[in-house]
Design a protein around this ligand. Structure first.
Ligand code: ISL
Ligand code: CA
Length: 545
């Protein structure tokens, strides 16, 4: 079916933490295969699989050393082929992660690139972005410009043998590819096409909005190392590259591509997904910034009015939005925007958040474990962290004597919160692995795990399943127009979906007070939680037709 993705519920798998089949403590492809029936049971129509390619794991697979081989810990190409065919047997599409802003420094291209600065002799030199520094010393402060990176103070690292610097928007083990180079682009397109020829159904494109850089590489406006997206995100050439990629890879295929379009806004989004679109879908992060004051580590309270504004402005900006509360880079939604003060509160707020998000017009992307109500991890010591972003951030803070504040930030927002093992049961290691997991298991698996929740009609898991089934079987929920309903009750988020002469209304109580919505909610509740006689109890939600 054309545009199959418009009616799918996506499920994001972080393979390292999903299911370990061989007891080495690391999730793997055979582990995923063993859980496909669970995904079918849940009602999932497509999977976004985080990187499974060969990688030294400096950034957990987002540093790829071979795009056409499988990470050893995850299995091999035969396992991959089996995974794909087992998914297709169950009518589940597979969307791969495409990480082409950068490679690993252990990728063959970079090893060759680094081997000689002589561009005439070494065609690989120009595959990456090399520049002279202010002098040949390689000392901090002599970098080609003042750009900061996502993960390190400077976005440049010095190569002793050629006395030049290479650019990396992420860690020093993730050198940025030079998209100006036509050979680089052709290599990437051929690689994409080989995966398509294998039968994969699409790609989620990692930081795709940053592949084109301002060629002049100007200094950012600030003192010291300065984060300068004005020169590396949404550059004019981005659109040339994406159109070229579409033409060479996507056109004529029944595929879906969703861009992780970091720094996208409602003004520039249309250039990507409007008419003559370059991408089918995009991820925007306005909601993920809602509880930050500047840098993500500075925590601000959730503001429901701001939430409504963001949702409604994005609904107006583009025809199809992605709907998500979390992913492998974000903390757990129930800990972040729900109420985890008691188990009961956690269950009802997790259900309410699901209703609030996944019946909006758009494509749901549920992150593994979210459907169980998994929460943030109570890390007790920095040695338990595995994520390069958090580890580097803490190191920088320690140097400034700001350990405690940084640690609070990491507990609230650190990416490892989302990366603890999937909780399959309440027993040892949550049933994730027979060995020692690569990252500590969340102790909350005793209360929140798939096995127990499957048996419990009132669980978060069974509620997600009902919600997905409702959406899958309801054209208004899938295709209907969206409109905010202004009830005047400040704690309530509510919206209407309409298709032809059919409509549904959604009401969500973001507070712990009972609210009366009887004036607006005339009709029958087809799906609800904590809803009785026109009243939403604490964190109640109702879908009314
Ligand atoms: O994780 C973030 C905030 O904590 C983001 O700033 C994130 O770094 C950014 O959205 C890009 O993310 C993607 O590319 C990174 C990788 O580390 C992330 O896991 C990936 O989702 C580099 O490949
Ligand atoms: Ca394993």
């Amino acid at each position: 079916m054309k545009d199959w993705w418009k009616s799918c519920t996506f499920y994001q798998i972080y393979p390292r933490s999903f299911c370990d089949s061989n007891g080495d403590g690391i999730g793997d492809l055979r582990g995923i295969i063993s859980k496909l029936d669970y995904l079918s049971w849940l009602g999932v129509g497509a999977v976004w699989l985080c990187p499974v390619y060969k990688s030294p794991n400096a950034d957990m697979g987002y540093d790829i050393s071979d795009y056409e081989d499988i990470m050893e810990e995850f299995g091999n190409m035969a396992d991959f082929d089996e995974l794909l065919s087992e998914m297709h047997k169950r009518n589940i599409k597979l969307v791969m992660d495409l990480v082409v802003n950068h490679t690993s420094d252990e990728h063959e291209w970079f090893i060759k690139s680094k081997s000689s600065a002589d561009e005439k002799e070494n065609p690989y030199r120009d595959f990456y972005i090399w520049r002279d520094g202010k002098d040949k010393s390689g000392k901090p402060g002599t970098e080609p410009n003042n750009w900061a990176s996502f993960f390190t103070p400077s976005a440049w690292s010095f190569d002793e043998s050629s006395k030049q610097w290479y650019l990396h928007l992420f860690s020093e083990k993730q050198p940025d590819l030079n998209w100006e180079n036509e050979t680089v682009r052709d290599e990437v397109y051929s690689m994409i096409n080989r995966w398509f020829d294998k039968g994969v159904d699409g790609f989620r494109m990692d930081v795709i909005s940053c592949i084109a850089k301002d060629k002049r590489l100007p200094d950012g406006n600030g003192s010291g190392y300065t984060f300068s997206p004005e020169y590396f995100a949404f550059q004019p050439k981005l659109h040339d590259y994406l159109r070229e990629m579409r033409e060479k890879c996507f056109d004529g295929r029944n595929c879906m591509c969703v861009g992780e379009t970091t720094f996208v806004n409602t003004e520039n989004a249309g250039t990507l997904v409007g008419d003559g679109r370059e991408l089918d879908l995009l991820f925007q992060f306005d909601l993920m910034d809602i509880d930050s004051d500047g840098p993500k580590w500075n925590i601000k309270k959730f503001d429901l009015n701001r939430f409504k504004e963001i949702i409604s402005s994005w609904q107006k900006a583009i025809p199809w939005n992605t709907l998500f509360w979390s992913n492998h880079d974000q903390p757990r939604v129930v800990s972040r925007f729900g109420d985890t003060s008691t188990i009961e509160r956690r269950i009802i707020s997790a259900k309410m958040l699901a209703v609030a998000m996944y019946l909006i017009k758009g494509i749901p992307f549920i992150y593994q474990g979210e459907e169980l109500g998994m929460g943030n991890m109570p890390f007790s010591d920095p040695s338990e962290l595995r994520d390069i972003e958090s580890i580097n951030f803490l190191k920088g803070a320690d140097e400034k004597g700001e350990h405690d504040k940084a640690w609070q930030g990491i507990l609230a927002k650190g990416r490892d919160n989302a990366r603890t093992p999937m909780q399959w049961n309440g027993r040892e290691n949550a049933g994730f692995s027979a060995g020692t997991p690569w990252i500590r298991v969340n102790p909350d698996h005793k209360e929140f795990n798939a096995e127990d929740e499957m048996k419990d009609e009132s669980s978060v898991l069974n509620f997600y399943r009902k919600l997905i089934a409702f959406r899958n079987g309801n054209d208004v929920a899938k295709f209907g127009d969206f409109e905010l309903i202004e009830t005047g009750i400040p704690e309530v988020f509510s919206y209407r979906r309409a298709l032809g002469n059919k409509e549904l209304k959604v009401f969500c109580n973001f507070s712990d007070k009972t609210v009366n919505i009887s004036e607006y909610a005339k009709g029958r509740a087809v799906l609800s939680s904590e809803y009785e006689e026109g009243c939403l109890k604490a964190f109640g939600a109702a879908v009314i037709i």
